[in-house]
Structures are given as structure tokens and as C-alpha cells.
Write a protein that binds this ligand. Structure first.
Ligand code: 13P
Length: 248
């Protein structure tokens, strides 16, 4: 039985002081023994948020990470910086990073490998544009993202990794994929993992849905057999996130 994982992706929101205030508001609302609860926060918020989350069930994640160990990469954040600050998860290959910062599948793969090497769990994002969905190439596109993203990742490592399926047209638009659409792609991603590795790996890997998840649609989405939780943007910045975490 896979444990649900419900993660907030704060994106470029919350100054350090706002972040601590938000954690203090959400802390009592997100207690849930049955799910992993993760707050993926801007790099500058990681240290104060980790401090504010001490003694709670909240785990802290980063929103990005560079694939080199250290050195002359101005503005980047290294895996050691994240682990030293107490980070357990990192969102990699979000569609916003692919679109605005030109991250390729190969870059995402390097980051996935580096995160795993350092014991940080990647939340690797994939998802199609509206145009691709209308052209009927959704699964071809996502299979490519997953296959390249997981190159040289061992089966044992893959089992610990999280994949987030986020249809780009559903992000921040209020336009959630239907439960059937979300489940169909998550099932397809699991089948792709079974092809790359084996059924046991596919059965263990956790696959989230992301894209306009809110307190009203979480229960139905998370009840699907291949959806193991959610990656939540806008609604993770509000008290609603407590309802999403306690969706049952
Ligand atoms: P929204 O929940 O705001 O649509 O964002 C989804 C997302 O991109 C999470 O990574």
C-alpha cells in the first residue's frame, strides 16, 4: 500500500517572515498520520521554514536544485546546501522551469540523479500542453519526459522517487483535469515505469496529480487507484491546504 504524499509548491511566494507566519497557521491544520506532508518552499525560506516545522509532521522540500556539487554557478543552490538545511524533497522539472528557464529533459535527469545521490527525494514533474492534448500526443510526450528523466536511475532509486503529473493547461487556471483524465495519465505513467523497470517498481513509485487541486476536488482525485496524492500550488498557501491534506 503506497502512502499518500501531499505537497505544497509555494512557487515564488512568501518572504521569510511571511513563510514562518504561514507555517504557524497551517501547522495545526495539516496533521495527518496517513500521508506524507511536504512544503516545497523558495530557497530563501528553507532555513526559517525548517525551524518553524520542527516537532511537526511537515517535511520541507526545495523547488529546484542544481546538478553540480559546488563551484562557480552564481545563483544556484547545491544538494549539500539543501541536505544541510534539512531538506528531504526537491521539485524537479516543473513546467514553469521548463518553460521560463529552458530546462530540458536531460537537465532534469542530471538533477534527479544528483538529488538521489544525496538522499533527497525528487518530485519529478511531467505534463502536456493543451495543444499536445488536443493533438492526441499526451502520453507520447510524457513517456519521453519520464524515460529521459529516469535514465541511469536504478530500480531501487526509482521506487523512492515521486512523479508529479501536472497538465500544463490545469496549472493555476482553475481548470482541473477530470478525475478520469488525471487517473488515465497517472496509470499510463505507472505503465511506463513498469516498462522501464518492472511491475514491483511500478507498484511502489508514488505518482501525484497537480493542477488546480483544491479542497473541493482533492478527495475524488486522491481516491483514484493510481493517484497517490497531489502537488498543490495556489491552495497550499491558504488554510484550505489543511482540508486537502485531510481530504477523506
Ligand atoms: P496550482 O495548484 O496553483 O494550479 O499549481 C499547480 C502546480 O504547479 C504545483 O506544482
Amino acid at each position: 500500500m503506497r502512502k499518500k504524499i501531499i505537497a505544497g509548491n509555494w512557487k515564488m511566494n512568501m518572504t521569510p517572515s511571511q513563510a514562518v507566519e504561514l507555517v504557524n497557521t497551517l501547522k495545526p491544520l495539516v496533521a495527518n498520520e496517513e500521508a506524507d506532508v511536504v512544503f516545497c518552499v523558495p530557497a530563501i525560506d528553507i532555513v526559517p521554514v525548517t525551524e518553524a516545522c520542527k516537532g511537526t509532521n511537515i517535511q520541507v522540500g526545495a523547488e529546484n536544485m542544481y546538478f553540480e556539487e559546488s563551484g562557480a554557478y552564481t545563483g544556484e543552490v547545491s544538494p549539500d546546501m539543501l541536505t544541510d538545511a534539512g531538506v528531504k524533497y526537491v521539485v524537479l522539472g516543473h513546467s514553469e522551469r521548463r518553460e521560463y528557464f529552458y530546462e530540458t529533459n536531460a537537465d532534469v535527469n542530471k538533477k534527479v540523479l544528483k538529488a538521489l545521490e544525496h538522499g533527497i527525494t525528487p518530485i519529478m514533474c511531467c505534463g502536456e500542453t493543451l495543444e499536445q492534448r488536443e493533438q492526441g500526443v499526451t502520453m507520447d510526450f510524457i513517456r519521453q519526459q519520464v524515460k529521459v528523466g529516469f535514465q541511469n536511475v536504478t530500480a531501487d532509486q526509482a521506487k523512492t522517487t515521486v512523479i508529479a503529473y501536472e497538465p500544463i493547461w490545469a496549472i493555476g487556471t482553475g481548470k482541473t483535469a477530470t478525475t478520469e483524465q488525471a487517473e488515465e495519465v497517472c496509470r499510463g505513467i505507472r505503465a511506463c515505469i513498469a516498462e522501464i523497470y518492472d511491475d514491483a517498481t511500478a507498484a511502489e513509485i508514488r505518482i501525484q496529480y497537480g493542477g488546480s487541486v483544491n479542497a473541493g476536488n482533492a478527495a475524488e482525485l486522491f481516491a483514484q487507484p493510481d493517484i497517490d496524492g497531489g502537488l498543490v500550488g495556489g491552495a497550499s498557501l491558504k488554510a484550505d491546504f489543511g482540508k486537502i491534506v485531510n481530504y477523506k
